[in-house]
Design a protein around this ligand. Structure first.
Ligand code: IVH
Length: 683
């Protein structure tokens, strides 16, 4: 049925905002909610509508821009940023081999020169751009928003195989023609590193990474290069860029990169025509599961640089290259039973127990069924034959049922529980989210224990207690709410099975130390639904104190960057609920940090009042500490330089972009000691 023009316009807007949300989940948070295929379907729908109504194409539509991995809120950005010398584009893609014929035809129409294709694996990691000057690695930039990226040089230097110094070429005895060039590629995580990392995270009680891609991009953005080194990242490079490069073709450029000692893919192949391209794709569609790292498709590029230039670019991607993407693999197996699990927030999730089956290299025994609606929609029955697929999430999901194989005598409709499987409370249904919840937040044992575990996790209060300890303390009635940690005594702990003075001491010390944990982590630890680490940081940056946050109206919450209706409601209701408000009050009495540190606790002076600082580079203290010092003296810290900036404080290795910008705007640049003098002099 044709859409009315109004309906089309509304749908375009819906699609844009949905795609932008998924971009953020994928690129910034590293927590995709949907599979790549589902994402590509949304994008295709939007492209179709924009094609039909070109008058509504806007330059900021996700079809015209590349997804950004930059943190939205400048004050929360943890990396220097720099501009790409050449924009970092994305790539068109298709799941349909027939569309490759159209791609081939388009290229043949735009050139009359002979050309070949370079076919390569599409590594599933995160894009990186390296700059080499006189044979030395001077900078590594993430894709960012395609124009500006995060400077991650220190992290990239820890990745095995990326040379900081190149081997001079024997042929030209040096770097002739390559004195200054960029090379782009992908940083990825091999399956072995990924499995080891998630195994360790499971032991530590940290959230698992959904897939190696997320793990790779999350790891690349860690603040400590030593931690990055431990993550087992690898790099493969696939595009050389620069002025007047001494090459005629892409394959020649890669061969030279290899001779310089750069890690270039061993799997690239030159194909004479479309048939050879299709054969390459067929080969890897079968053999990709034998690779020790993830790929999500094949990239097909015109090999001759001259032809590339003729064929050209759209605003978003080269016309001379495209990606053929593989659909997620699926497997068929039998549904044995369904468990109903109560999570930290009380949401009841149906989880399918399956006859074990091999899927993308791992044995799958369980799959998520999401919620009651989903079960109804699938009309799923115990003993059905079902298809499982790995999407963006950790747990595979059931996508469809083979009804032809249903045995009417054996198949049994499942019983979705009416009451909490754990505490027996009548479940309530959240219409907006199509989920059933146990409302007994403060009395349902699973919810309490899960909340306590979240509260002590490293990113929250970092208390030295794991699942077993919480279980013990809970079973002995020593723990019912987070504030109870602050009343635990050594005598109590010593009555627990297997506890000695040393272990008791360690736990009590970490509890004591948690009183100093900054407010944003305390807020995250409260376990307010939809308030993750980043949202907690954003809220603290905005409201500064718990009092202000508690008092905030829904409207005031909605004014904060990135906070939408659902999150605003969740926060608002949390503080209006007597029980949760009480629990927070108990924590306040226990002496936790409920204000952004610099503004309350360490407010030292107003010496820097009215001054805006931008900081760049590394300092004798952490950047965080320096930002706090600025705040403590009444100054403001912002992420980027503008006319309003009063000073740029430059430490070691400051970002050249920042220095240039400061100089061009005539903004004074302070060294670390200049800055220290500034505060000390005026005291
Ligand atoms: S070429 C202008 N080659 O896939 C050409 N990209 O979905 C740009 N990727 O942005 C890219 N393997 O991050 C190219 N062999 C390969 C690749 C590859 C993975 C990534 C890259 C790109 C994304 C597009």
């Amino acid at each position: 049925m044709a859409m009315t023009k109004n309906a089309a316009q509304k749908r375009i807007e819906e699609l844009r905002s949905e795609i932008l949300r998924h971009n953020r989940n994928y690129y910034v948070l590293n927590m995709p909610e949907i599979s790549d295929f589902e994402y590509d379907l949304l994008m295709m729908e939007l492209q179709g509508l924009e094609k039909k109504y070109p008058e509504w194409i806007t330059p900021d539509s996700p079809t015209q821009t590349v997804g950004s991995d930059l943190v939205d809120e400048p004050a929360l950005r943890e990396f220097e940023q720099a501009r790409h010398r050449y924009p970092m584009l994305s790539l068109g893609n298709t799941y349909d081999p027939n569309e490759l014929a159209a791609f081939d035809e388009r290229i043949r129409k735009s050139t009359d020169r002979p050309f070949t294709y370079s076919c390569e694996l599409k590594f599933d990691g995160t894009a990186i751009c390296l700059t080499y000057e006189q044979g030395r690695l001077v900078r590594a930039l993430t894709r960012g928003d395609g124009s500006v990226g995060d400077v991650v040089t220190r992290n990239v230097e820890t990745i095995p195989g990326i040379p900081t110094l190149l081997q001079p070429l024997a042929s030209t005895s040096g770097f002739s023609g390559l004195e200054n060039f960029e090379i782009r590629g992908e940083i990825y995580m091999p399956f072995s590193s990924f499995d080891a990392l998630n195994h360790e995270r499971e032991l530590q009680g940290d959230a698992l990474f959904a897939n190696p891609r997320n793990a790779a991009s999350g790891s690349l953005k860690l603040q400590d290069p030593k931690e990055v080194r431990k993550r087992g990242l690898r790099c493969v490079l696939y595009q050389v860029l620069g002025e007047d490069l001494p090459f005629q073709s892409h394959s020649e450029a890669l061969a030279t990169a290899k001779a310089l000692g750069l890690p270039v893919s061993e799997y690239a192949q030159t194909c004479e025509n479309l048939d050879e391209v299709l054969a390459f794709i067929r080969h890897w569609d079968v053999h990709r599961h034998e690779l020790p790292f993830p790929i999500d498709g094949i990239v097909i590029k015109v090999n001759q640089l001259e032809v590339q230039a003729q064929v050209g670019y759209t605003a978003k991607a080269p016309r001379w290259a495209t990606a053929f993407k593989f659909k997620a693999e699926e497997a068929k197996t039998r549904l044995l039973s369904i468990d109903y699990q109560v999570g930290r927030t009380g949401a009841v999730t149906p989880v399918a127990n399956l006859e074990p089956v091999l899927l993308s290299g791992t044995i799958v025994k369980r799959a998520s069924l999401h919620n009651y609606e989903q079960m109804k929609q699938l009309d799923i029955r115990i003993n059905d034959w079902v298809y499982v697929e790995k999407g963006g999430e950790i747990i595979p999901k059931i996508t469809r049922i083979d009804l032809a194989d249903r045995d009417l005598f054996q198949s049994l409709p499942p019983d979705f529980p009416t009451h909490c499987p754990d505490c027996g409370t009548l479940l309530v249904k959240d219409e907006a989210e199509a989920r059933h919840y146990c409302p007994n937040q403060t009395g349902c044992p699973t919810q309490i224990k899960a909340w306590l575990l979240h509260f002590v996790s490293r990113k929250a209060l970092d208390i030295n207690a794991g699942e077993a300890t919480i279980e013990q303390l809970y079973n002995r009635d020593f723990l019912r709410e987070p504030a109870d940690f602050y009343n635990l005594t050594q005598a109590q702990l010593l009555t627990l099975d297997g506890w000695k003075e040393r272990s008791a001491e360690r736990l009590l010390q970490s509890i004591q130390a948690s009183r100093q944990v900054p407010f944003d982590r305390v807020l995250y630890g409260l376990g307010i639904r939809h308030v993750g680490e980043t949202t907690a940081k954003t809220l603290v940056a905005h409201f500064q104190t718990l009092d202000a946050l508690q008092a905030a109206s829904r409207e005031a919450l909605l004014e904060v960057n990135d906070i939408g209706d659902v999150v605003a409601d969740s926060i608002y209701n949390y503080f209006r609920n007597d029980r949760t408000a009480n629990l927070v009050e108990h924590l306040r009495q226990a002496g936790l940090q409920f204000a952004a540190q610099a503004s309350s606790e360490t407010k030292v002076s107003d010496q820097l009042a009215g001054l805006n600082f931008v900081i760049s580079g590394t300092f004798s203290c952490s950047r965080e500490a320096l930002k706090n010092t600025i705040l403590a003296h009444g100054g403001k810290n912002t992420g980027s330089i503008s006319k309003k900036t009063s000073y740029l404080v430059a430490g070691a290795n400051p970002g050249p972009e920042k220095i240039n910008k400061a100089e061009s705007l005539g903004i004074p640049i302070l060294s670390e000691s200049d800055f220290n003098q500034l505060i000390n002099n005026e005291k």
